[in-house]
Design a protein around this ligand. Sequence first.
Ligand code: NDP
Length: 344
Amino acid sequence: MFERNGGYDVLKYADVAEPKAGPNDVVIKVKASACNFNDIWARRGLPGMKIILPHISGSDAAGVVVETGSEVKHVKVGDEVVVHCGISCRECYYCTRGEEYFCSDFKIWGFQTGPFDGAHGEYCKVPAVNTLPKPPNLSFEEAATMPLVLVTVWRMLVSRAHIQAGDFVLVWGAAGGLGVMAIQIAKLYNARAIAVASSADKLELCGRLGAEFLLDRKKHDIFQEVRKITGSRRADIVFEHTGADTWPISMQCLKWGGTLVTCGATSGFDAHLDIRLLWNKQQNYLGSHLGNKGELIEAMRFVASGDIKPVVGKVLPLKELATAQDLMETNTIAGKIAIVPPGA
Ligand code: NDP
């Protein structure tokens, strides 16, 4: 937990009261949680976003249900579950259209303020409707690393960018949490992933996951390489989340009529767009934010079938959460970091 915003030295390993289920909630004994970049945004503090302190982060968990609220019908004590981290009212105009991310009450569990502490603890509480069965073919550590990145990338590539067979998909941060999902979803759709990462080891992983082209951002001129790979056509889809540093190259790499889809800006929020190019090239610039539970259920079918696999780069005990966040901030780990609480 943290009681003030700052570097990873503000993280404290402390005893807090165990959660109690409200009528529509479940309490989960956490077997594993996963690190996501939003843990870091919350800890650092984001202008315009109110973080209630003290704060327990963590937007992904896998575990066993130990308590259910009086109104809960479809989940039982003993169920092995994962959590969909999009919390919303489920009753408003947007929620009933499956657009929960537009709900005025929408919160990412463990990231934004709200009644629920996050996943990085021994127990957590979530609305029962936010649970899904844990895929039986995955360990708890593997399962914990899936939902947030999977639903985000599914929405970006499938629901928003309408990925097609044969598409060239330029994937930034291809060995990161989102990237390893993007490569596998591109492969699932018979699209051609062009993976960008910053080391030979990471690129080797990208190749194993199905990326057809491997580019080292520290060695290659990404734009020139993309031109060569695509026969000058450039990428049909640019998969963005890296932000200010990569945005100008992403624009260069996008084909006329192509689609850039973004969900983040790790390196900074300011981007420039020449509007003349937008209309002349008839390109699509799309924003995307998390996904709905239906999209997660759809994507999880491919996890259960083994077509999309978790990529766990490291498993650390809860006590070492600060180390985990440091590894993430320094781009050291390929894939995801799973966190295991004591007694899991
Ligand atoms: P990771 O840390 O797992 O991976 C990000 C990767 O980005 C790194 O591995 C690194 O790869 C690459 N990268 C970092 N900085 C740069 C840079 N300046 N230029 C090029 N590449 C860079 O993070 P995630 O994949 O989990 O998340 C990525 C971003 O997406 C975060 O900002 C996160 O907040 C956001 N996000 C948004 C969501 C939403 O719903 N809106 C959901 C999930 C994530 P390498 O060094 O190998 O190139």
